[in-house]
Design a protein around this ligand. Sequence first.
Ligand code: PLP
Length: 387
Amino acid sequence: MYNDLINFIRELYGTDQFIPLHAPTFSQKDKDYVMDAIDSTFVSSVGEYVNRFEQDLAAFTGAARAVATVNGTCALQVALRLVGVESTDEVITQPLTFAATANAIAHLGAAPVFVDVDKDSMGLSPDALEIWLKENAVFKAKAKNSQPQSVFNKTTGRRIAAIVPMHTFGHPCRIERIVAIAKAWSIPVVEDAAEAIGSWSKQTHCGLFGDLGILSFNGNKTITCGGGGAILTQDDTLADRAKHLTTTAKVPHPWEFDHDEIGYNYRLPNLNAALACAQLERLPDILKQKHEIARAYQAFLASRNWGQFMAEPHGTQSNYWLCTIALADRAARDALLDATNTAGVMTRPAWKLMPDLAMYAACVSGPLENARWLQDRIVNLPSSVRS
Ligand SMILES: *Cc1c(COP(=O)(O)O)cnc(C)c1O
């Protein structure tokens, strides 16, 4: 039954060899920039490429500031710390995400709270968020006589310190509504836009709606520098704090070693930044190719009745990091996964939901109907660009 899909993907990639889910491509420019960084001897946390990457990334996304980090997980950890997340707090996020989202929350000692996603965007649902907050949250003073008030979970007594929506597989979630709800409750928003470089909702790049947003440049993402990440923000003060915290909180001085708080060694090395600069220059072309691949899948599936292409939500532009289809049920999903992977065409189900992982099983969760519906049905298809 799925043979015509397998043949279609083989034609799309013009090969009878193994087809990976997502592999990076490198050009001569990528190699030239990396060699140049090596020749300069500035391969570590100081160098021209890392500064340039931050400027180029800010220009591409429209962010006032970008701060480059060693990976997306560390970027998220620092972003959460910058909006005030502490070890006794809770942070609302979605159950359908990569483990790194929940891990970054847990790295600060805080507890994730899982609220359902929307079926179409696959990202955090503003309706579910609003209902969960109404039923479970209350405004209280943080300490006796302290102003302003914070939001607390009525049941656990813990403060709700942030909301982390994720733009799943590059599709923007309903971020404008999420931010509006968060504002009404005075809860900061940190967007996990790790999968969403080159994705826009209306005219605004993902990661720029909340207080801070983060990106990832891991090997499987739309563009890569081996390992890397970034914090995006429109707020200069937050950006300065992010840079300071990720560079060991060293006080600038020509020779003195002075650190004014416990910082992190999270700065993106210049060697990786060289590759990141070259990849970012190629991003418009990569995005064009990814849209062509998405359109091809969409056209193919339009004439099939067994699977539905997950198109970019209305009013958004997705980078189509991983093209996704929804099957009729879990049995149909498993049959497709079996047929394609046996044929050497790599496909993958969605991640196991976070509350189904042992370490997050005890966390607070709202009803997760849509997340479970999607988990039973969605499959990621090969989505690499060819050059
Ligand atoms: C890739 C990813 C991250 C983490 O990025 P790394 O650079 O691998 O640390 C975080 N969240 C989501 C949703 C991701 O897909």
